[in-house]
Design a protein around this ligand. Structure first.
Ligand code: URA
Length: 441
């Protein structure tokens, strides 16, 4: 087989066979294909699109390109969740203990953050002593005993995606539904979960800028999961506004803990409950309304908070943070942004908010960069809130004066004010499952 034949076939709108896709994925994984030919085929796939059959086969081949995690050491159904990437999205830290408190185990392998969205594996390391890399047996034991464990993705899961994603990132070929679906679902299928809930973001801070595109991406991922025998559903959720009031690492862990105390912001609480209810629903088969009542009880009676404390302790972290988040590293410097006029805070470019947090030191532009756990943003006002000129709308934190100035300048430039309350879209817009697409009420 010749790579040029595959490139020309796709360039001219043809459909690649299973054998051709298998040969391509093998060449990506074993290094025999050069970057320039892989990139050319990715661009042809991006422009000509993949059929459903090509997408499903590419996903399976990518999932099989390395190891498949063997979670048979964990008893019962294992639930997982995945977000397509959001700013201020700390829901994993909340819905993992919520789901476990309702009796469905969560063996969560999370990615590190890259670019403007943060990764759970980085955030949780803000807790003093916490280890996100533990031996497989300790991971299994923790899930069996505590109900949940949160570790950094390790091992050789879907190595084809690692190379393809790195090339897509630098060749303008990320925002294609089939390529995103194959990338995400290959890693999820390789990670060995039984049920999977997807949080597909739409809006200015998301890959899918429109609701229609997000629904199509969700439908595609749900079909791929279900075809592979993994019960899968998705919520379509807004990313036109950062989730909750904080963006960063320690500051997001603190907000997640506040939420588990029942004192979290309304948007973050609503989405965390909805995702956890979906995980419990898929994991138990019980009605969604019943599962929603169960996760609410686990939130307000403190049982989910207890699971998080046990999880932290099992992974060598200081569980004192549950009652004293000040145990996490505190920033040296801070700055504030004040409202420039009376009126309402307008919608903001969420991606720019993420980039501002990155400039403060909360994220990494390159994978070898270090993260400052105490850097971040706390919003005192969110889009749609009434403001008075001179009143603080956000506090920013960093250890470095230059980073603080750069991050503050970018955040200030993305904040606008309007005289009438802006129209905001609902946080949860739809639910996608094997039964179809339902509006969210
Ligand atoms: N996240 C992924 O893992 N892959 C994509 O292609 C997009 C988001």
């Amino acid at each position: 087989m010749q790579m040029t034949d595959l490139i020309i076939k796709k360039r001219d709108g043809g459909e690649l066979s299973r054998e051709e896709l298998a040969w391509f994925v093998r060449g990506v994984t074993d290094g025999s294909l050069p970057d320039y030919q892989i990139s050319a085929l990715l661009m042809a796939m991006f422009l000509r699109k993949l059929t459903l059959r090509e997408t499903v086969e590419l996903t399976r081949l990518m999932a099989d390109s390395g190891d498949r995690a063997d979670l048979s050491g964990i008893e019962g159904i294992k639930a997982d969740k995945h977000s397509t990437g959001g700013v201020g999205d700390k829901t994993t830290l909340i819905c993992t203990p919520l789901t476990a408190a309702c009796g469905v185990r969560v063996a969560k392998m999370s990615g590190r953050g890259l670019g403007f969205t943060g990764g759970t594996a980085d955030k949780i390391l803000s807790i003093p002593g916490f280890r996100n890399e533990i031996e497989p047996q300790a991971f299994f034991d923790n899930v069996n005993r505590v109900g949940a464990s949160l570790i950094a993705q390790t091992g050789n899961l879907a190595p084809a995606d690692k190379r393809l994603y790195a090339l897509r990132d630098v060749t303008g070929t990320v925002e294609n539904r089939s390529l995103i679906a194959a990338s995400i679902m290959s890693k999820k299928l390789a990670s060995g979960c039984d049920v999977l809930v997807l949080d597909v973001k739409t809006g200015s801070g998301a890959f899918m800028k429109t609701r229609e595109d997000a629904v199509e991406l969700a439908r595609l991922m749900v079909s791929i999961g279900e075809e592979a025998g993994v019960r899968t559903s998705a919520l379509i959720t807004d990313m036109d506004t950062p989730l909750g009031n904080t963006v960063g690492n320690a500051i997001e862990v603190e907000e997640a803990i506040e939420t588990l105390h029942g004192r979290g912001p309304a948007d973050l609480t609503e989405l965390s409950l909805a995702l956890a209810a979906e995980m419990v629903h898929l994991g138990t088969g019980d009605a969604l309304t019943v599962c929603m009542e169960r996760v609410k009880t686990a939130l307000y009676d403190g049982s989910a908070r207890k699971v998080l404390a046990n999880l932290i302790q099992a992974q060598h972290g200081d569980h004192g943070v549950i009652d004293n988040p000040g145990l996490m590293k505190q920033p040296r410097l801070n700055a504030s942004i004040c409202a420039e006029k009376d009126g309402y805070l307008d919608k903001m470019d969420t991606e720019a908010v993420g980039r501002s947090a990155l400039l403060l030191g909360a994220g990494r532009a390159r994978k070898e960069d270090d993260i400052d756990p105490s850097a971040g943003i706390r919003f005192l006002k969110k889009p749609g809130d009434a403001v008075q000129a001179g009143e603080p709308v956000a506090h920013l934190y960093s250890d470095d004066a230059e980073k603080l100035a750069d991050g503050t300048a970018l955040l200030r430039s993305t904040m606008g004010y309007c005289s009438a309350k802006p129209d905001l879209v609902p946080l949860i817009q739809a639910r996608v499952s094997r039964e179809g697409v339902e509006e969210w009420h």
